[in-house]
Design a protein around this ligand. Sequence first.
Ligand code: PLP
Length: 357
Amino acid sequence: MSRPVVATLNLSALRNNLNIVRKAAPNSRVWSVVKANAYGHGLERIWSSLSETDGFALLNIEQAILLRERGWKGPILMLEGFFHADELALFDQYRLTTSLHSNWQVKALANARLKAPLDVYLKMNSGMNRLGFSPDRIHTIWQQLKGIANVGQLTLMAHFADAERSEGIVEPMKRVEQAAEGLGCPRSLANSAATLWHPEAHFDWVRPGIMLYGASPGGQWCDIATSGLQPVMTLQSEIIGVQNLKSGDVVGYGSRYRANAEHRIGIVACGYADGYPRIAPTGTPVRVDGVLTHTVGAISMDMLAVDLTPCPHTGIGSPVELWGNEVKVDDVAQSAGTVGYELLCALAPRVPVVTTS
Ligand SMILES: *Cc1c(COP(=O)(O)O)cnc(C)c1O
C-alpha cells in the first residue's frame, strides 16, 4: 500500500456547479476560468467535465494549446493577453482571444502579421489598479482598435476588487458606465462573486472561477451554503499513528500544543508538503471517520496531529477528511487566515489525484 493521502475530484460536482452558474446568469455566456491549472485541480483532468461551457479563460499559452490539442474548438480567452509580441504567432495559430491592457500590446497587435483577426477583450481598470486602461482612455483606444485590421470582435472587460461586498461594485460599475457610454459594446465584468450576487453586472459574458470548484468567493462557506454549489476536491488521508497524552505533554515542532488533560491524538499522513497550510493553528477543523474534530500543534511537512477525544472508536487506519464535502475548504482556509482559492491552487504535485464521475 502507498502513502494514504489522496485528492478525489468529483466531476459531477463540476458539472453541477456549471449549471448553477447558468441558473444564476441565464442570459449571459460563460467563460469557465481554469487558470492556475484549473485552480489546482488539473486542467487536463477536468476540462471535459466543463465542455458545456461557452469558453475557457486562463493565462498560460501552454495550457491554451493543451485545450486545443485535446480537441476544444470553442473560444479561449487569455486573461492577461500576450506577455511578449512574439507570442502573437501562437495566438494566431491557436485562435486565442486576447486581452489588451497596455499600449505596447495595442501596438504589437497592430504590427503583427496574422492569418486572420483576433478577438479582443479591452481591459479597463475599474479602480483596482492592477491591469487595464483608465476609463477616460477607453473611448480613444476603442476607436483606435476599430481601425486595426488585426482586431476582430471587441469586448470591454473589467474586474472587480470587492464583488463579495453588497456595495462593492457600485463605484466600479459607475466607471464602466462612463467608459462604455456610446460604444454599444459587449461587456464581461463578473467574477464568481458578481455572478452570484450582482446580476446587474452579468452582461454578455460572466467569468466564474472559484464557484465552479465549489468554494466561496467571499472566503466563507456559509455565503454559498444554500447556493447548490458542491465542493469538487476532497483531500483525504488516514491515521498512521496514535499517542496517548498525559496532562502537560506537548505535540510537534515548537511544542506548540500542550495537553491540559489526558487524551488521545492521531497522527495523519498529510502535511504542508501535500498542500495543507503549515500556518493552520490548533483547532483547524478535520473529520476522522466522519466525526468532526480539530488539529493540534504545528503542521509538519508530512504529518499533522488531530485530537481523537470526540471519536474514541478511531485509530490507526481510520479515514481522515482534510477538506471536501464535510470539512469545507473555506473553513480550513479561514482557520489558517487565507481563502479556499489558495489551498486548492496549492495542492502539491506529490498528492495522487483520482476522479469520480
Ligand atoms: C481569476 C479571474 C476570474 C475568476 O475569479 P473568481 O473569483 O475565481 O471567480 C475572473 N476574471 C479575471 C480577470 C480573473 O483573473
